[in-house]
Design a protein around this ligand. Structure first.
Ligand SMILES: Cc1cc2nc3c(=O)[nH]c(=O)nc-3n(C[C@H](O)[C@H](O)[C@H](O)COP(=O)(O)O)c2cc1C
Length: 166
């Protein structure tokens, strides 16, 4: 399954998750995870699955990942299977009540990325997922790398199942 993982990361946490997800799809030595600013402006031919991940900043995906998506030719996204994830802070870790309120109100990056990509004709596989950091710069909560592998395996199985009936 030809898969590409494109991510953005300021403090390295989303990168760790992206590499853990990429590991699940790795079948040979080819690099399949790129930072958004190194990923180019078009997608490889015959791509089966594009996975996009971003840190949540100001309740949405970072500018780098949105710019990457913005530059992709629409014809390449149309019908392409995609899965999205973000990293985020849990409201359990946010002390300020008003900020918790805002997070509950405005949400996180991954569902918005999914909407953006779906509007461009991409076909979401599985559910958007969020992986938790303890604080702005991290670290990731315990177990999040394992949870990201589990999520990736689920996405992989869903794509394989869709390909089996196609
Ligand atoms: C400017 C800024 C705004 C942020 N806004 C949010 C937010 O709205 N919601 C949230 O859950 N986390 C927010 N965070 C925390 C980031 O989600 C966290 O820094 C990120 O997950 C870490 O990933 P990275 O190491 O890959 O950059 C914010 C962080 C920064 C620096």
């Amino acid at each position: 399954m030809k898969t590409l993982v494109v991510y953005d990361s300021y403090f390295g946490n989303t990168e760790k998750i992206a590499l853990s997800i990429a590991g699940v799809f790795m079948t040979n030595d080819h690099q399949l995870a790129y930072r958004a600013d190194q990923a180019g402006e078009s997608l490889p031919d015959d791509l089966d699955l594009l996975i996009i991940g971003a840190p949540t900043q100001k309740f949405q995906a970072t500018a780098g990942i949105k710019a990457f998506i913005g530059k992709l030719p629409k014809e390449q996204l149309r019908g392409l299977k995609i899965a999205v994830f973000d990293t985020r802070v849990s409201t359990d870790d946010v002390k300020a009540a008003f900020l918790r309120f805002l997070i509950n109100l405005f949400g996180y990056a991954a569902p918005k990325l999914r909407k953006l990509l779906a509007r461009k004709g991409a076909k979401p596989v599985g559910e958007p997922e969020g992986f938790y950091v303890k604080d702005t710069k991290g670290p990731l909560h315990e177990g999040e790398l394992e949870r990201s592998e589990k999520w990736a395996r689920k996405i992989k199985q869903a794509v394989e199942a869709q390909e089996a009936v196609a």
